[in-house]
Design a protein around this ligand. Structure first.
Ligand code: ZN
Length: 148
């Protein structure tokens, strides 16, 4: 194997101090929108979000400082499964389940179109700072698969 590949500095992955899952690196502007100022002071600028639904940790950094999901300004998916999957447009799990039962996934298609419009503000609305479409699609196929 090429040495250049072996030496690739890929040690940037940060793991949740509670559940051990690899975190999703999050822009600081996202943390600012989701964590009250008093609380986010304990985090450094390079924070990650823990995607494990059952884990109580929301954001954490490489120094093992963390913020709990209950410390956040409002409940977020997947820490709270009743919170919208898509915080930009409020699409919930129930909406996705409706789409699974519908002849075609109208709500998801509408969301997909909206997610590409300027009205999407994932960087501040989504707890990961990323577009929620992959999560929506993942949940759709999970439900659809379970129904067959
Ligand atoms: Zn965790």
């Amino acid at each position: 194997m090429n040495k250049a590949f072996v030496r690739e500095p890929d040690t940037t992955e940060t793991f949740c101090p509670k559940c051990g899952a690899a975190g999703v690196p999050v822009p600081w502007i996202t943390v600012e929108h989701h964590v009250p100022e008093e609380t986010r002071r304990r985090l450094t600028a390079s924070s990650c979000f823990c995607m494990t639904p059952s884990c109580e940790v929301a954001y954490f950094d490489a120094m093992e400082s963390y913020v709990l999901a209950t410390d956040m300004v409002q409940p977020v998916y997947p820490k709270d499964v009743t919170a919208p999957l898509c915080p930009c447009f409020g699409l919930t799990r129930n909406d996705v389940e409706d789409d699974v039962d519908a002849p075609s996934p109208v709500k998801i298609r509408t969301l997909l179109a909206k997610s590409k419009s300027p009205a999407a503000h994932c960087e501040t609305a989504s707890p990961t700072g990323r577009c929620c479409m992959p999560e929506v699609q993942k949940y759709y196929f999970k439900v659809k698969g379970a129904g067959d």
